[in-house]
Write a protein that binds this ligand. Structure first.
Ligand code: ADP
Length: 736
């Protein structure tokens, strides 16, 4: 075993611990493309031993024909080597249970207390608690075996293509599955596509957030990224420059013409993506704005045109991208987990920089599995480190063996994920308060997202897109004879996806949830960001029932890295103001009177900005955005228009500062005004009615909470109720 191998292993172990440091280290410059056939492949041991999280594999023989028949697959070429997998598995279980011996956690039912420590529990601690809780005393003394809690129930009637992976996960957790749904409420609802698949859920948890599908469509994501790029251009330089079609076509065309006129040697390429597209559908490359196909029949095509990354990192001469699974466990407070293992998807034709001749070579430029699987060069492999779909760890191994600082690559990827989520959270909060307003019974939401990331030749990660509905399929289709397809197990997919689903469920286990619950999450609002959010360690909250399970493959990155990233959450604070003035429950747009109320309450009008000019300002602003909304039934000012208006007000008021400081100054001014108003309101309510309890300060600042009564009245009079979100929601039925 070479020194190099040991170095790689140490580096990967450090990476696995996710490097406490997500800050930028020295620049990794791998300007040299990695050689086509890296010797590293031979040095790399089985990567499953490093990041693998599986605890057992399902029987492998099952295949399904496209016609829905089940058949036994008696050892086809794709059957994995069960024995070798088995040995990896047992090593994990042993390691894990060994750890459990030493680090036992005991969750005390009905409380949020967790006893933690060596097998010999701290006597004092137990004695103290025991005096309060006899049942626990008995449990600690071993007089009576701990009562097993009832299994967690999961409604998977809407799980669609996630079903197989979900079933395996539930089996491993020994939970109870309801494949056809259940009359009584379940603890967890697993939806295959969107929040709105079952509108009747009033309790429990659902694996989708309202608005996520809409928010992550290409146009909306590009807008959200642009909004934050205006404040933090350096921090958000990982998203390629994008123009929204058709509205920004002229801008795009003028800018490109100017770039080319300034420097004739520059010949950029652009990638055009339809707004609702997925799996590479409708995507094409262009080198000149005149090549854009703007119309479908008489209708303008909605989409984005984006700077094409011409120099991606190649492995075996092939372009590839990374699919990373990310869990948003909670919106407020924000909690993000990243899966330590992901997938890489390879092109099937050697890469060349774009030229007029190769622009249409999809197998060279697009990494989508759904496209490349139809190429004659696609390699299905049971190994995690070869073939056209590989595990992320196998690729990182390979890079590390070439001397790449993969710890830095990984920490850059974490930063990209956290920043992207920070960019989309403001609008998600608006959707959330509209669909599940505070006080209305509703489920708690969580969601697994699929981040598609490209590594540039210099190793900088670039965000391509975020999928609200990443494919959780663990089989792939195989054409066994002409026109006859079978679904055969895909070990690489199973390895990664079952771990992600199972560990998401473990994190959402209602038996282990902190009692903060939905209402207190929503109360947090945007004004408390300076507060440290307690960090949940991974050994906490895990029950001893989980003894046989491997350690979590999901790693918390937020609030863990709050200190590094919290300053980026400015737009979320603007969203808090917006939500506060929305007034009517279920509304997502601000009417003119509510906007006036905002200006007046925050004391933003003056002799140069009279209330008459406020009205004109409102009309101009909403008119500019009226073409941009996907649903013309929604009148008024949406969040994006409000943020733009806020930036503009900030520029008027604080001319001498740079944009970010202007916005921050205006925010602080508004927040201070609201706080003082709340104080007045509080005092008034105390003198009027001593019987009423004083509202907590945090409550007065939260969305829709504690807004002064006259303010609420004015806001609600102004906002005619708009059609409920049900109709607005796009029923996307795609997964990527
Ligand atoms: P879809 O949702 O249709 O898959 P993507 O945005 O993921 O659309 O793009 C499809 C593929 O095109 C990506 O997997 C990637 O290989 C390639 N791609 C997308 N955007 C860029 C870009 N800006 N530069 C280079 N390649 C890109």
């Amino acid at each position: 075993m070479s020194d190099q191998y040991i170095q790689v292993k140490v580096q990967l172990e450090q990476m696995k611990a996710l490097g406490e440091d997500t800050g930028r280290g020295g620049d990794v410059d791998a300007e040299e493309q990695l050689p086509a056939s890296s010797p590293a492949a031979s040095v790399s041991p089985d990567p499953s031993g490093i990041i693998s999280t599986s605890v057992g594999s399902r029987p492998r023989g099952k295949v399904r024909t496209k016609q829905g028949k089940d058949a036994q697959n008696t050892g086809g070429t794709h059957a994995p080597d069960a024995s070798s997998r088995g040995s990896v598995v047992s090593a994990h279980v042993w390691r894990n249970s060994n750890r459990q011996e030493h680090e036992r956690t005991l969750h005390i039912e009905g409380t949020e207390k967790v006893l933690q420590g060596k097998s010999e529990t701290n006597g004092n601690c137990v004695a103290n608690l025991a005096s309060k809780n006899n049942q626990e005393t008995r449990r600690e003394d071993g007089l009576k075996p701990a009562r097993r809690r009832r299994p967690v129930t999961v409604d998977m009637s809407k799980a669609k293509t996630s079903l197989e992976a979900l079933k395996i996960s539930i089996k491993q957790l020994k939970w109870k599955e309801f494949p056809l749904g259940r009359r009584a409420a379940c603890d967890i609802y697993w939806h295959g596509v969107s929040f709105h698949e079952n509108e009747n859920i009033v309790s429990g948890q659902v694996n989708k957030f309202p608005g996520m599908v809409e928010m992550l469509r290409k146009i909306n994501l590009s807008r959200a990224m642009r909004t934050v790029q205006e404040l933090f251009p350096d921090e958000y330089d990982f998203y390629p420059r994008s123009w929204i079609l058709p509205e920004e076509y002229q801008q795009f065309s003028t800018q490109i013409r100017m770039v080319k006129e300034n420097d004739a040697t520059v010949n950029p390429t652009f990638i055009v993506k339809p707004d609702g597209g997925s799996q590479g559908d409708g995507i094409y490359l262009i080198r000149d704005p005149s090549d854009l196909k703007l119309m479908v029949g008489a209708q303008a095509k909605q989409g984005v045109v984006q700077e094409y990354i011409q120099r991606p990192l190649l492995i075996d001469k092939l372009k590839f991208d990374i699919r990373l699974y990310v869990l948003i466990k909670s919106l407020e407070p924000l909690e993000i987990y990243i899966a330590k293992e992901g997938l890489t998807r390879f092109c099937t034709e050697p890469y060349q920089e774009p030229s007029q001749k190769n622009l249409s070579h999809v197998f060279m430029h697009l990494t989508n599995y759904s496209l490349n699987v139809h190429s004659g060069n696609f390699v299905h492999s049971d190994s995690q480190s070869t073939g056209s779909k590989r595990t992320l760890s196998s690729v990182l191994y390979r890079l590390a063996a070439k001397g790449v600082d993969i710890k830095k690559v990984w920490s850059d990827i974490i930063a990209l994920v956290i920043k992207t989520i920070i960019a989309v959270v403001p609008e998600l909060r608006v959707y959330h308060q509209a669909d599940i307003p505070p006080g209305k019974p509703g489920p708690t939401c969580f969601q697994i997202l699929g981040f598609d990331i490209l590594l540039m030749k210099n190793l900088k990660p670039i965000l391509l897109e975020v999928n609200s509905n990443p494919s959780m399929r663990i089989e792939h289709e195989k054409e066994v004879s002409s026109g006859v397809f079978e679904y055969v197990p895909s070990p690489v997919d199973e390895e990664v996806k079952v771990g992600v689903i199972r560990d998401t469920l473990r994190l959402m286990d209602p038996g282990h949830m902190k009692p903060s619950g939905k209402s207190s999450q929503l109360r947090a609002g945007g004004f408390e960001h300076k507060e440290e959010i307690p960090i949940e360690t991974e050994t906490q909250d895990r029950s001893s029932d989980e003894g046989a399970l491997p350690s979590l493959c999901l790693k918390q990155v937020y609030p863990k890295y709050t200190k590094q990233f919290n300053y980026l959450r400015l737009v979320e604070r603007i969203a808090s103001l917006f939500i506060r003035f929305l007034g009517v429950k279920g509304n997502m747009r601000l009417g003119p009177t509510a906007f006036r109320t905002f200006i007046r309450t925050c004391k933003l009008s003056n002799s140069n900005f009279t209330m008459a000019s406020v009205d004109i300002f409102y009309i101009d602003s909403t008119r500019r955005w009226s073409g941009a909304t996907t649903d013309s039934r929604e009148a008024g000012m949406g969040l994006q228009a409000f943020v733009e208006a806020f930036y503009s007000l900030a520029s008027r008021r604080f001319k001498s500062l740079v944009q970010r400081e202007r916005v921050l100054s205006l925010l602080e001014l508004c927040e201070a005004q609201l706080e003082s108003q709340s104080g007045v309101e509080d005092r008034r309510s105390v003198s009027c009615s001593r019987a009423l309890p004083r509202a907590a300060k945090t409550q007065t600042l939260g969305p829709n909470n504690g807004s002064p009564a006259p303010l609420r009245r004015a806001a609600s009079q102004d906002n005619r109720p708009h059609p409920r979100l049900k109709h607005r929601t796009l029923r996307a039925n795609v997964e990527n």
